[in-house]
Design a protein around this ligand. Structure first.
Ligand SMILES: Cc1ncc(COP(=O)(O)O)c(C=O)c1O
Length: 412
């Protein structure tokens, strides 16, 4: 007889529900406090000058580039800003198409459209990353770039994607918002494509509340990124060719926190991995569920554990049952593709000209509709995520295993 499920009145595995998420934030301590106070006490909150500047942002950029393994890192105000700056620096814009996965956060596709390029959606595979085969099918003469998104700390199939990009002369911008520190075949994500874009928003591996980083090895791309993020200026560098830009500069308070968080990133990942590895090991033999594929199992950051049920109805029941057991389970973005959001689906823009979709420079015609990436829509609805925390103990990991096995025994 299987144990009675909590959802049916049985005793829950956890009396006190587990709370996952906010990995970086949960590790905030004295270091961040001290660093912020130092900036405040010196009244120097701006990254480039002040009464007694501490240059926290500059130091953060130096250490971030070293950590990721790129020549350059540019700190900005958000992950969305990092995508916008990265896309702009690649000179992708009006008339161009960028291939984006069907399942991702709005920012990935939104930044493309805000840069006046057209997002084209491709399927994902069981790693929940871009499916290289479908990417190749979506390439047209207007395609300029591919955007792999390393969702929930799991790197995409970068070898295949880079090969396709090379074959077709496309740029690659990695959306690393959810994967700071994750590795693919020994290289950190954000150092493989032409540009990496990171987020430091609260629910990320490291955080300063809101912030982002652009990484690249290319000096020209870096210079364009710097100029685009600061009115076209490149402070401290003579010459060059200014162009009009935006302001996405990170301030020193954010930089102070980001720097201390970065110094904890290896620790955060190793704490997550301790729990992640144990849970994966404890559920891998459960009949009727399929674990998320990992193009490089060693490189996963361990933000969440993910597995698939055979059908959507079972996933609904599995999630509800896990929650009743006190386990933080759910679907990513409600299991919905990013093109189901009205601003993308209906191609809504603020001004009436309707660029990028109805732009005279755009020679293609795209329509978005539900069902356009059927594999992604199906996979996402069957994908169950359990969110982890660097604060979880091994007992917490065992509770997750217990709950998954208990629910599986009852439902499958
Ligand atoms: C995949 C992905 N891309 C981009 C972003 C945008 O980052 P931000 O919220 O810092 O603008 C996020 C984060 O929320 C994300 O999850």
């Amino acid at each position: 007889m299987p144990e009675k499920l909590a959802i049916e009145g049985g005793k829950p595995v956890r009396e006190k529900p587990l709370r996952g998420g906010w990995p970086g934030a949960m590790m905030i301590g004295e270091e961040e406090k001290k660093a912020v106070l130092e900036v405040l006490e010196n009244k120097s909150l701006f990254r480039y000058y002040g009464p007694n500047p501490k240059y926290k942002v500059a130091q953060f950029e130096k250490e971030f580039a070293e950590f990721i393994g790129t020549r350059y890192a540019l700190a900005v105000t958000s992950g969305t800003a990092a995508l916008n700056v990265g896309i702009a620096a690649l000179e992708v814009g009006p008339g161009d198409e960028v291939i984006v996965p069907a399942i991702t956060f709005i920012a990935s596709a939104g930044a493309v459209a805000c840069q006046r390029a057209v997002p084209i959606f491709a399927e994902i595979d069981y790693s929940l990353g871009l499916d290289p085969e479908d990417v190749e099918k979506k390439i047209t003469e207007r395609t300029k770039a591919i955007m792999p998104v390393h969702l929930q700390g799991v790197p995409c199939r970068m070898d295949e994607l880079m090969e396709i990009a090379e074959k077709h002369g496309l740029k690659v911008i990695e959306d690393c918002a959810q994967a700071a520190g994750a590795k693919y075949k020994g290289r950190r994500v954000g150092s493989i494509g032409d540009v990496g874009a990171f987020s430091l928003q609260l629910n990320k591996l490291i955080t300063c509340g809101d912030g982002g980083v652009v990484t690249t090895d290319d000096e020209e791309i870096y210079e364009k990124a710097v100029r685009y993020h600061d009115h076209g200026f490149f402070r401290g560098k003579e010459g060059g060719e200014p162009f009009v830009g935006q302001v996405y500069r990170m301030n020193e308070l954010s930089g102070a926190v980001a720097l201390e968080q970065l110094r904890k990133l290896d620790k955060i990942i190793s704490l997550l991995r301790r729990v992640y590895d144990r849970v994966i090991d404890g559920i891998k033999d459960v009949d009727g569920i399929k674990l998320r594929e990992t193009p490089d199992a060693d490189g996963v950051a361990g933000v969440s554990v993910c597995f698939f049920t055979e059908d959507i109805e079972t996933a609904d029941k599995f999630i509800a049952a896990l929650r009743a057991e006190g386990i933080p389970a759910g679907r990513l973005y409600g299991g919905k593709p990013v093109y189901s959001l009205p601003q993308i689906l209906h191609q809504r823009t603020l001004n009436k000209a309707g660029c990028p979709w109805r732009c005279p420079l755009y020679k293609g015609k795209v329509e978005y509709r539900m069902g356009m990436c059927p594999k992604a829509e199906d996979i996402a609805m069957r994908a169950i995520f359990i969110y982890l925390s660097p604060l979880y103990t091994l007992q917490d990991a065992d509770d997750i295993i217990h709950a998954v096995r208990k629910v599986a025994e009852n439902l499958l």
